[in-house]
Ligand binder design. Structure first.
Ligand code: FAD
Length: 452
């Protein structure tokens, strides 16, 4: 394992849980990610998968109320509690917790040299600091942006980040994080446990290129000034040094995969920070990469299948988040005529009108563009071939719905039943809770259509 961020630690922990001998080789140099990040509630299921939910919950990270959001084209969203809260975590402490969990499960943590792994006749040689090396059958490269395939890199989106420390005697900071769109940027503020607030402004990279510290500081303040939602975080507070960080989203490389080597987390793709999903996505991707290596190690005949699954999942994650952030850029671009928004919006593709809910007596059929075919899926600890549904509007194939094979759900659609009969059949077979979760999802994704 190369890299001890969320993706690397999750993959190492999972492989150790599956009984493998795992070395995690970490560089331990200053990171390119912010000192604190918001983890949305979507992190909870993946913490469950890794068996770390209670450990993270008892670590004392902030559980902030829902964020305040003001986005072009949408009203300010106040902190209305809906479902479980996510976390506001100090990245260094969060990553240490994961590394410790991996070590507790038997993972050996070693110090990396500044050299990439080398393929030596089917085995991988990973250089260590001090001259030695680890000889491995498989390498999961989870070095974050350092692990991304080399080539011309365009930096398009930058974050200008600073800690704002309230002056003595100023009021206690509001615990809610805030997100606000500006004229040519967007900004995020997260209160930290030490009363300071981390503020990041995301803007076009060319505006930051070559700026000395004083000019960065001035630009950071200038961009925040008109943002009324963020103003309370910086009023009566002193700004620390402003750091610059590449935040450009990148999709999965087209380069052919190398045998025995998998890229996990941000080494495989970079998500737009707008989705606030980078860490949950990296944890899940690491967990899946571990299943791929586990399959290839125990069932060498299935290695190609496992690598195919990994690629398919990497593309699906990147696409899902790209669609999500494009929707937000789109909303803003309809209200603000600035290249920052226009260049990121997908204005050429009008949003498909939300389909009206069908009546209980309408007949329901599978959309003609949906089809089922065999493809690799993760089942338990293995990558196996299963039937899955594909559709142009899906980010990737779906093999299971609410834990049941997707094709079992589709069987009930034969003969285009009336909606009330379809729901009855699903209730009887899968139960009310699963039916209530799956039916609206299939309808809203456009997989079902109503007849007369
Ligand atoms: C400005 C900004 C704000 C963000 N905000 C959020 C947010 O609010 N919520 C969220 O969920 N995500 C956020 N993200 C995304 C999140 O930081 C990443 O998605 C996440 O860190 C990816 O995890 P990773 O394990 O893949 O990579 P990383 O976290 O980058 O970990 C890579 C690891 O590899 C190690 N490494 C590097 N080079 C080597 C080497 N040569 N040898 C060995 N080890 C090496 C590094 O030291 C590090 O420990 C943000 C990103 C940016 C840029």
């Amino acid at each position: 394992m190369l890299g001890g961020g969320p993706a690397g630690a999750a993959a190492a922990l999972r492989l150790a849980q599956l009984g493998h001998r795992v070395c995690l080789v970490e560089r331990g140099a200053p990171r390119l990610t912010p000192a604190a990040v918001s983890l949305p509630p979507s992190v909870l299921p993946v913490l469950d998968l890794l068996g770390l939910r209670s450990r993270v919950e008892s670590a004392g990270f902030l559980r902030p109320p829902p964020a305040l959001v003001r986005w072009h084209g949408a009203a300010a969203v106040d902190g209305v509690a809906a479902g479980p809260a996510g976390f506001q975590v100090d990245r260094a402490r969060f990553d240490r917790l994961f590394l410790q969990a991996a070590q507790d499960a038997g993972v050996q943590v070693l110090q990396a040299a500044a050299l990439p792994p080398r393929d030596q006749a089917g085995r991988w040689c990973v250089p260590l600091a001090g001259g030695g090396h680890v000889d491995a059958g498989f390498v999961i490269d989870a070095r974050g942006r350092h692990g991304q395939p080399q080539g011309p890199v365009t930096v398009a989106l930058m974050a200008l980040m600073a800690h704002w420390q309230p002056r003595l005697g100023s009021a206690e900071p509001d615990p809610r994080s805030r997100v606000q769109a500006g004229a040519s940027c967007w900004a995020w503020a997260a209160p930290l446990a030490n009363r300071s607030t981390l503020v990041a402004v995301f803007l076009d990279a060319h505006r930051v290129a070559g700026l000395p510290q004083a000019a960065r500081q001035a630009l950071h303040g200038e961009l925040l000034a008109p943002l009324d939602l963020l103003a309370p975080c910086v009023q009566g507070a002193d700004c620390g040094p402003v750091q610059v960080c590449d935040a450009t989203p990148r999709s999965v490389s087209d380069a052919a995969p190398q045998p025995g080597l998998l890229l996990a987390g941000e080494a495989a793709f970079s998500l737009d920070p707008l989705s606030s999903q980078g860490v949950p996505a990296a944890l899940r991707h690491g967990w899946q990469a571990a299943a791929c290596v586990h399959t290839a190690a125990h069932r060498p005949g299935q290695a190609t299948l496992a690598w195919q699954f990994h690629r398919q999942q990497s593309r699906a994650v990147a696409l899902r988040h790209q669609r999500l952030s494009t929707r937000l850029y789109d909303a803003a671009a309809h209200h603000v005529d600035h290249i920052f928004w226009l260049s990121r919006a997908g204005l050429d593709t009008p949003p498909s009108p939300a389909a009206e809910w069908p009546g209980l007596d309408d007949s329901i059929a599978l959309d003609g563009r949906a089809h089922c075919s065999e493809m690799p899926v993760l089942e338990g600890e293995w990558i196996v071939m299963r039937q899955a549904i594909e559709h142009p509007l899906l980010d990737g194939p779906i093999a299971f719905l609410a834990g049941q094979p997707a094709t079992d759900w589709l069987c009930a659609l034969q003969g285009a039943p009336r909606l009330r009969d379809l729901l009855d059949a699903w209730h009887t077979r899968f139960g009310a809770a699963r039916t209530q979760a799956v039916w609206p999802l299939l309808w809203q994704q456009g997989l079902l259509k109503a007849g007369a």
